[in-house]
Design a protein around this ligand. Structure first.
Ligand code: HEC
Ligand code: HEC
Length: 338
């Protein structure tokens, strides 16, 4: 009889000899000791103390673009993700039910720094989100935009479409180290909160500054010209429903043909006008910012005690039960789960 079994068994056997274990661990210990006192050589925030140095120089980095998408299976997924970003309502009519597409706000395929850039997002998540009061994944963040910014429905996290969207976001974050925050990539650029928007002035500017030509007198837009208010626009739970957030988008990016021609005050006036108009409701919004710290221009009441700032008239949602992203459990300061 052949004695082949002993030759196979060692694969499953843990190294029993003390000498072998010591040999295997010694170089590791030496490495750890050597690393102990040194600062990592990374230029950014990704290196952890004592960990391997990560070489990343932000100034030399540019995100990959459509032309760089490889011609392989991974490339096919990345390309589908990009097309979902651009043609959201056409591709996902059961989820993107409004007139908006991801690129209505995340301009230039998510690469434009002044339009809530998606470059580097893949490296920034999971991330603590004060509005939710928990740490959330990138897929959850995408769903907050589906349910609030697009006033649509939760896209299943295990769907091919979600995977494709994440594949595209990984592609435009390629080489950015995990945990690294690209400069200025934290949503929309912050505006001075001392300004106050005037609705009547905003209404006059809407015509004077040509907004009406593309977005329409009824704010409903048309085709790739996105709606600014009404049933097909962003919901009250979207960041854009806050006057300061909308003013930042408008100030830096509109009018589309001549961005940079408005004063900050004009941007606030236009934002106040647009956000005074009716828009879709956002179910469970009162649970936002459960730990407080609500920005002053949030236009709805929260249970944490915020009083609505200039609330717009609300339109009912067709499928409110599909418009709420499940909140993951919150880790308490001591590490326990509440
Ligand atoms: C109405 C405008 C709007 C639309 C449409 C929109 N978003 Fe957003 N999104 C924002 C804004 C604004 C932020 C940043 C929040 C802030 O600045 O307060 C954001 C943030 C994000 C983030 C987090 C970025 C980061 O690194 O923190 C992701 C991811 C995202 N959006 C994905 C999407 C996807 C995918 C779609 C399409 C399904 C979409 N968004 C549609 C406005 C929009
Ligand atoms: C030449 C056409 C054009 C003009 C004029 C224009 N926009 Fe836009 N606007 C767009 C397009 C197109 C988008 C979507 C982003 C993209 O495709 O780059 C957009 C997006 C927006 C958005 C974010 C998406 C949404 O629907 O909420 C806001 C807010 C906005 N515009 C406000 C304004 C304001 C205010 C003015 C006037 C100062 C203005 N726009 C002038 C074409 C225009």
């Amino acid at each position: 009889m052949l004695r082949s079994l002993p030759a196979i068994r060692p694969v499953h056997r843990r190294p029993a000899s003390a000498a072998f274990t010591a040999l295997a661990i010694a170089p590791l210990l030496a490495t750890l000791a050597a690393c102990g006192g040194e600062k990592p050589a990374a230029s950014g925030g990704a290196a952890s103390p004592g960990g391997p140095a990560v070489q990343f120089t932000e100034a030399n980095w540019t995100p990959k673009r459509e032309a760089d998408i490889p011609n392989d299976s991974m490339g096919a997924s990345i390309r589908r993700g990009l097309y979902l970003l651009r043609f959201t309502p056409e591709s996902l009519p059961n989820y993107a039910t409004s007139g908006l597409r991801c690129t209505s706000c995340h301009q230039e395929d998510g690469l434009k720094v002044s339009a809530a850039p998606l470059t580097g997002s893949h490296a920034r998540f999971p991330k603590y989100m004060p509005r939710t009061g928990t740490t959330i994944t990138l897929a959850d963040r995408v769903n907050y935009c589906f349910t609030r910014s697009l006033a649509g429905n939760v896209l299943p996290v295990d769907s091919r479409e979600m995977t494709d969207l994440l594949a595209y976001m990984q592609f435009i974050s390629q080489d950015v180290p995990t945990g690294y925050k690209l400069t200025g990539h934290d949503g929309l650029i912050s505006m001075a909160d001392t300004l106050d928007g005037d609705v009547a002035r905003g209404e006059a500017l809407f015509t004077a500054k040509t907004c009406v030509a593309c977005h329409g007198a009824d704010g409903a837009g048309m085709g790739v010209l996105p709606p600014l208010w009404g049933a097909k626009s962003y919901s009250i739970g979207a960041s854009m429903s806050r006057i300061e957030r909308a003013a930042s988008f408008i100030y830096h990016n509109m009018p589309q043909t001549a961005p940079g021609t408005l004063t900050p005050q004009e941007a606030f006036d236009l934002a106040a006008y647009i956000n005074s108009k009716p828009r879709p409701d956002s179910p469970a919004k009162e649970l936002d910012w459960p730990l407080g710290g609500v920005p002053k221009d949030v236009p709805y009441d929260t249970r944490s005690g915020h009083k609505a700032y200039r609330p717009p008239p609300l339109l009912p949602r067709a499928t409110p039960e599909r418009a709420v992203v499940p909140v993951p459990p919150r880790a308490a300061a001591g590490g326990a789960t509440r």
